[in-house]
Write a protein that binds this ligand. Structure first.
Ligand code: HEC
Length: 433
């Protein structure tokens, strides 16, 4: 075995040992013990789950249609909650749990036990329980607070764009003036959000690029409904040069009502003078264009794309990008030795564009010469509720009724030496556990 293929095996083993867990049967299929059901109460068992995984969106003024803060607010939704939770549609988080890496930052998803608790509570008659069991209410930051914390700099569009009541979908590019950055700085976190009332309904997505003073364009951030902030791991950041501008690419969608829209981009920097060891960039990875060929009515069309790694790489996050017909996306690493390992699979729900950030100790470490293989599946049948018309053949295109297949991956490259050190460090840590 050559050194290289040996090392790639090490990388593979490092992943497998931490990532993969055994499939468990869906909760809905497990019988619920009636005596246990009668024990489950709202105040003691259900509220902690709602606090951790639901209330950030389900409270007055946030993005969900109803509040789940109190018993009286929650009780009328019990049936619907049972269903959404048992199907793993809520909270929005669609990583498949029986394959690939399972440790993520800010993972709101419920354990099988938590789902069983909700199901028992509903089936057992939605008991209120003893008020003395209530945990202290969860305290939230202000509504317009940023998920990543207060930014150092906020960029806006030069002026709001008014989306007329009725209009075809529109893609516009807008450049800002040079932003208020007088020296080169490294970004620690970036977050985009529509601002002005109603803007979240007309901005389908917003991709932002940084354009340096010498006109070099690099990816900055993408906003789409339900997307969370990009926070880079300690020691990694993205460079923003003094005098840069921001270029927006907006997809605007009319909603029957004239709506002015702005998109704010919050930037959080490392302290002045701090240069992180690694520059993270968002790879637009595994793109397919002409090979997207989805027959009318096909409920399981597949598209394959590749992204070759010329240098040793650490993968920070995974954000599938598919449109209305998208159903599922997987990314696997084909190591130089030929060994193949699935990193992640996620179900696709068109309403949510989620960025899944791996916990640092399981971020894939991939040797140079690894090929990332992206596989997307589409449902172009009537069974897909987001499908505008199952009679059409579908190919690549920018409109959401056309299709795409790629993934945004935050990654950084490193030297061979550092790669060896990182693999070694993980093995040592694991041996110690
Ligand atoms: C990231 C924000 C977010 C989180 C977290 C979240 N929801 Fe939702 N939820 C929404 C939005 C937005 C909708 C409306 C769109 C839709 O139905 O998907 C919704 C819809 C629902 C519905 C359907 C309401 C209807 O009209 O029938 C239920 C039930 C629900 N959520 C329950 C939950 C529960 C229970 C949790 C926690 C276990 C949760 N949600 C977590 C944002 C969220």
């Amino acid at each position: 075995m050559t050194t290289r293929s040996h090392r790639s095996m090490v990388g593979a083993a490092a992943l497998a040992a931490l990532g993969v867990c055994v499939a468990s049967p869906p909760v809905a299929a497990q019988g619920v013990d009636a005596s246990a059901a009668s024990e489950v109460t709202f105040t003691k068992d259900v509220v902690p789950i709602l606090q951790r995984s639901c209330q950030s969106c389900h409270r007055v003024g946030s993005i969900a249609p109803m509040s789940l803060m109190t018993y009286d607010e929650t009780r009328p939704w019990a049936r619907s909650i049972r269903q959404r939770v048992a199907q793993r549609e809520m909270p929005p988080w669609y990583i498949e749990r029986n394959i690939g890496i399972q440790k993520f930052e800010d993972d709101p998803s419920l354990t099988d036990d938590e789902i069983a608790t909700i199901v028992s509570w509903v089936d057992g008659g939605t008991r209120r329980g003893d008020p003395a069991d209530l945990p202290p209410p969860r305290v939230f930051a202000e509504f317009d607070a940023w998920q990543m914390g207060e930014p150092d700099l906020v960029v806006n569009l030069p002026e709001p764009i008014v989306v007329p009541a009725a209009a075809p979908d529109r893609w516009v590019n807008v450049d800002t003036e040079p932003i208020a950055l007088t020296e080169d700085r490294y970004l620690k976190a970036v977050e985009s959000r529509p601002s002005l009332p109603g803007a979240e309904k007309v901005v389908h997505h917003a991709v932002a690029y940084v354009v340096s003073p010498d006109d070099e364009q690099g990816f900055l951030n993408e906003y789409a409904v339900g997307k969370n902030a990009d926070i880079f791991p300690d020691g990694t950041g993205r460079l923003m040069r003094a005098g840069s501008r921001v270029r927006y690419n907006l997809h605007l969608h009319a909603i029957g009502e004239e709506t002015p829209a702005d998109v704010q981009i919050g930037l959080k920097f490392y302290p002045k003078g701090v240069v992180p060891d690694h520059v993270v960039f968002a790879a637009h990875a595994g793109d397919s264009y002409d090979t997207i060929d989805i027959p009318a009515g096909d409920n399981n069309a597949r598209v394959d794309g590749y992204f070759f790694l010329h240098e040793p790489t650490q993968v920070v996050s995974f954000q599938p990008h598919l449109h209305n017909r998208g159903k599922r996306q997987c990314v696997e690493a084909i190591y130089p030795s030929g060994l193949v390992e699935t990193l992640s699979c996620a179900q696709h729900n068109f309403a949510w564009m989620l960025n899944y950030t791996y916990q640092e100790d399981v971020q894939p470490l991939l040797p140079a010469g690894t090929n990332l293989h992206l596989i997307s599946w589409y449902d172009n049948s009537d069974a897909n509720r987001y499908n505008p018309d199952s009679r059409n053949w579908i190919g690549f295109g920018n409109r959401s009724m056309d299709e795409m297949s790629h993934t945004w991956m935050n990654i950084f490259y490193m030297s061979e030496d550092e790669f060896d050190r990182r693999v070694q460090a993980r093995q040592t840590k694991r041996a110690g556990n």
